[in-house]
Structures are given as structure tokens and as C-alpha cells.
Design a protein around this ligand. Sequence first.
Ligand SMILES: NC(=O)c1ccc[n+]([C@@H]2O[C@H](COP(=O)([O-])OP(=O)(O)OC[C@H]3O[C@@H](n4cnc5c(N)ncnc54)[C@H](O)[C@@H]3O)[C@@H](O)[C@H]2O)c1
Length: 351
Amino acid sequence: MFLTTGNCPIYFEKNGFDYLKSFLSEKASDRQIFILTDENCRRECLPLLEPIFDSFRVPQIITLPAGERFKTLESTSLVWEALLGAEARRNCLFINLGGGVITDLGGFAASVFKRGIPYLHIPTSLLAMVDASIGGKTGIDFKSQKNMLGTFSYPEAVFIWDGFLDTLPAGHRKSGMAEAYKHALIDNSGYWDFLKRGDLSFERIIFKSLEIKKKLADKDPKEKGERKKLNFGHTIAHSLEAYFLDKNAEIFHGNAVAAGIIVESYLSFKSGFLSQDCLNEIQSVIHSRFDPIDFPRTDIELLLTYMKQDKKNEKEGLNFTLLDCVGGAIINQRLDKALVGEGLQYYASLV
Ligand SMILES: NC(=O)c1ccc[n+]([C@@H]2O[C@H](COP(=O)([O-])OP(=O)(O)OC[C@H]3O[C@@H](n4cnc5c(N)ncnc54)[C@H](O)[C@@H]3O)[C@@H](O)[C@H]2O)c1
């Protein structure tokens, strides 16, 4: 085991899923097993796990189309229908095999079906390994708004194997790094210096990121205070994702977070918290490493209206987590719409 968060053990697999095998032998020999995955992970990842299930009840596979566009109530209903159709019992084991879309949606579906069935996460994308699969947040998008329906719920265990990254498309591998940069910026300047060097030792990156996410999630499981630091970059990111989802276009979550990091660093500077030198450094590192997101400046007002729906807003105004240095974040900063619009203008001028 590598660490535990919210009583959920996280295993880092090195040798052919040893931990998963012993978990299943101990806890699942006589249970119904369901695997939720998407079409890409079914093709690329599931075959690698099939030998493990030889000595267990043959799992029933539920496959969704891939992508954020399908992180919806309709897809979740399909999952519930499949479980009902297969007469899933409350003590079955539900396994989410995929990226952050599958771990979020599957965690949500499992956490409310029959008031909650036990589930595991086996993350297959970098983004899900460094962030989405841990910390106990589940959710789906609703009316294009990100993660509008969801629960706080932990899986029984998470099994991480970085070998899955061999088949992850390069664009998604790159996008997955955004959450790692975010972890560094909000919590650990040494980690930022390491990432800045461009070293892509995934094992080290996964360990370091999970340590930071675990620390913040354990201190504040229901996101009343310090955990909000993890929302840095996400107020902007979620409005960009909602804007593109409404156009039936999809951007990668990590690329939206990278844009959010740049805009929210600018807002941190303009609010007097972050130095100009830090802003310049963050902007040049992040801008050079992630695919830019292009939107017409005339749509900035529209992006601001999506932001008003953000579930992080508690009072009037838009709620942000900002940086006061590289490695330090401050939560609950209410900003004026005009300043946020200026931040989006700043980003648009870089693209
Ligand atoms: N719950 C949380 O705390 C949390 C945190 C961060 C992000 N998220 C959510 O995570 C989602 C983004 O996750 P993502 O970037 O993993 O997106 P994703 O799940 O859509 O995966 C990205 C793409 O890679 C494919 N894929 C995944 N693993 C693969 C593999 N090993 N080989 C080949 N193809 C593979 C998928 O089919 C998909 O097409 C967003 O919905 C975001 O809101 C949740």
C-alpha cells in the first residue's frame, strides 16, 4: 500500500496487479462483479486485467462512449439500468476502469444505487492517477454545468498502475499534467521546481501529487475550508468546459485547468497577492506546455455567466482560490466580474 485517504487504501501496483489480486481473493470471491469502462479503455486496458478475473466470477462489463460529453445523467441512467437488469445485489463489487470521467461518473452511480454499493477505482489516465481517483468526490455534469450532481463518497480501494499510460494518447498525457502543476503551485515550491525541469518520471509525479491531495482532502473532507485550495484554476476551467460543452465541442479538462492556472495567477497578481516575477514564471511555464484554448473575446461576457453558476460561489461575486506565492494558496477570494473579465482578456492576448 502507498497511502490511505478517508479510510480508502491506495495501492501502487508494480508487479502485475498483485494488490488487486489479493484484494479480490480476500473480498470478492463470491460477489457479483461489474466493471464500468469506456470504449477506449475497454479496448486498451481491460484485456490487461482479464487474466486476473479468471478465478473469480466473470465480471459483467458496462461500456460507455468516451469523453466528457458523456459524463451525463443519461449515461448514469444506462449504468443503473444495466445494474438493475443484472439484478445487482447491494454487496456486489463495482469497478471503475478508466480516466476521470469514468471514476467520477461510476463513483456517483455506485454511491447512490440502492443507497450505495461498494466500488473500486482503477484509474487509467494520468489525470485520474494524480487527482480524480482519490479524495472521495464523485459527480456528473448537468445542463453542461460541470459536476453539478455528485456526492462525497470513497471507493473501497484504488489501484494505480502507471503501465496503463503506455496507451494513453499523447494529448491526454500532456493534459493530465495540469493537475500536478496545480498541486505544486498551491502547496510545494520544490515540486514546482521539479516539474519546471520537465522531468516526466510518472511514478514520482503520481506519488508527490497524491501526497498533496491526500493531505488537503483528509484535513477537510467536505470542502469547507482548506480543501478549497485544490480548486485553484478551476473556476475558470469549469466555465470554459461548460462553454464548449454547450457548443457540443469538447476541450480536455487538463488544458482547461492550465488556462485557469494562467488566468487565476493573473488575478492573484492583480489582487496584490502574487509578485509580477511569479506571474511571469507561471505564465511562461504553463503556456509553453499545454495546448491553448481559443475563444472569441466577444464571448468573455458569456464565460462570466457560466461562472455565476459555479457551485463554489457562496455569496455575491465570484469565488476564487488565489496564489500568494509559488507553493501557497489563499481561499475564498471574492472577485469582481470586471477584474475576472480582464483576466480572460489577458489570457486571450497570449493565445
Ligand atoms: N473527482 C475529482 O476529484 C476530480 C479531479 C480532477 C478531475 N476530475 C474530472 O476528471 C475528468 C477528466 O479526466 P480525464 O482527463 O482522465 O478524462 P477521460 O476520462 O475522458 O480520459 C481521457 C481520454 O483518454 C482515454 N483513456 C483513458 N485511459 C486510457 C488508456 N490507458 N489508454 C487509452 N486511452 C485511455 C479515455 O477513453 C478518454 O478518451 C473531468 O471530468 C474532471 O472533471 C475529477
